[in-house]
Design a protein around this ligand. Structure first.
Ligand SMILES: C[S@@+](CC[C@H](N)C(=O)[O-])C[C@H]1O[C@@H](n2cnc3c(N)ncnc32)[C@H](O)[C@@H]1O
Length: 397
């Protein structure tokens, strides 16, 4: 789980905790870490996203009063250099560096002083440096497997800091991640490759025609004209499922309408958002309807067998992942995080992964019928879905 390059660098973060941080780093063009120690988590971010601009802040002083051997600036720098990670290291107390640090960044990682006062001050000083749509990670939130590493004051400080401008988006072990929201409602697209980007522009036009005021965010590897907010994320897989299955985490909206790039929106989505008064998630039925009845030859047999087995036979509704509405809630956060984890198990079929995630993570859901989102143009009531129009060679069907 822990990248092998990091194995020689001392640090206490577990593999899953580092994974939350590096996932959040993928869509951040810049990040500052408070508390670098020997540079392990800083290096993890730099290795994951080599193009990002990185800063590390640490006093690199004597930590014996806290019961552990402190690191030195030189040791941290040598570790980063050995791995080819470029970062600007700023030596000093976080509270002293904060007023001098004039940059706006896309990610702040807080892992320096772990008392209530230190953590509260770091959150107050550094979260305003995160730009709209950016992210915050805090390590040591909650109870670790090893009780000796428990830092209850961090949890207290984070819970007292929580506010409506930030949504919790991921959590694993004692790592917690938040997204800074830019609007109450908005539409989110994921578009990679020329065809998908063209399709996305057409879909945005169709959306603007029925909902001109709804902001649009696009996840892609280059800016796309027509987006109000860009989430630049390097390419991960041919079908961009690694990004799509993280829609909850990447979205900068309190309530999100996710749309595949090859959709055309036919009517105002307002009634769809209205359903979020009753539910965490709105999902629509896939034409396959019941998973156990599917006969698609292109589905991976091993994954089909495992999915049936893990869902008590697969006698379940099969969800289409092309049009989804969701709001922020702990249940939805758990479901979407599980979806991404299920996707990474095989990396083949995001809808099978979604079905397994829904099975294990019950949410309040409104299930809508097929005409909500269909490739049958005449039957489409909300979205016409021109399946495969945005597909790239090598992407899953
Ligand atoms: C838990 S370690 C960081 C571990 C590192 N993020 C990793 O996982 O590789 C905490 C670090 O914060 C630094 N630190 C603690 N209080 C600080 C403060 N007020 N200002 C700056 N650095 C501080 C310590 O020197 C120590 O290196």
């Amino acid at each position: 789980m822990i990248p092998k390059e990091l194995k020689g660098i001392p640090g206490l973060m577990t593999g899953p905790e580092l994974a939350v941080l590096t996932r959040m780093a993928r869509s951040a063009g810049s990040a500052v870490e408070l508390g670098c120690f020997h540079g392990r988590s800083l290096a993890a971010m730099g290795l994951e996203h080599p193009g990002m601009r990185l800063w590390g802040v640490d006093a690199w002083g004597d930590m014996s009063h806290r019961g552990y051997q402190g690191a030195t600036l030189e040791a941290c720098r040598a570790n980063l250099e050995r791995l080819g990670v470029r970062a600007e290291l700023l030596q000093g107390k976080t509270e002293e560096v904060a007023p001098e640090f004039g940059e706006t960044v896309e990610l702040v990682h807080v892992d320096a002083g772990h008392s209530y006062e230190e953590c509260t001050r770091d959150l107050a000083d550094w979260t305003p440096k995160v730009g709209p749509g950016g992210a915050l990670c805090v390590h040591d939130y909650g109870e670790p497997h090893n009780p000796a590493l428990s830092r209850p004051e961090v949890r207290e400080a984070v819970d007292d800091w929580r506010n409506s401008d930030w949504a919790e988006v991921e959590r694993d072990g004692v790592m917690i991640a938040f997204r800074r929201l830019i609007a109450d409602r908005g539409a989110l697209y994921v578009a990679y490759g020329e065809r998908a980007r063209e399709q996305c522009l057409e879909s945005i036009d169709s959306l603007h025609a029925v909902a001109p005021a709804l902001p649009v965010a696009v996840v892609s590897d280059a800016p796309l004209e027509g987006a109000d907010h860009m989430i630049i994320h390097p390419e991960a897989d041919r079908g961009a499922r690694a990004q799509k299955t993280r829609m909850y985490s990447l979205s900068p909206f309190r309530e999100t309408l996710f749309l595949d790039a090859d959709t055309r929106v036919l009517v105002d989505p307002e009634p769809g958002f209205g359903l979020l008064r009753y539910a965490d998630v709105v999902l629509s039925q896939d034409p396959v309807r019941v998973f156990s009845q599917q006969t698609w030859p292109h589905l991976d047999r091993r994954e089909v067998a495992a999915t049936r087995q893990e869902t008590n036979g697969g006698e379940l509704l099969y969800w289409n992942s092309g049009v989804i509405l969701f709001r922020r809630s702990e249940r939805a956060r758990a479901l979407f995080q599980a979806w991404h984890a299920e996707w990474t198990r095989w990396g083949k079929h995001d809808q099978m992964a979604l079905m397994r995630a829904v099975y294990r993570n019950p949410v309040r859901m409104v299930a809508v019928r097929e005409p909500w989102n269909t490739h049958k143009r005449k039957e489409a009531k909300f979205v016409f879905h021109d399946h495969r129009a945005a597909r790239r060679e090598g992407a899953p069907q």
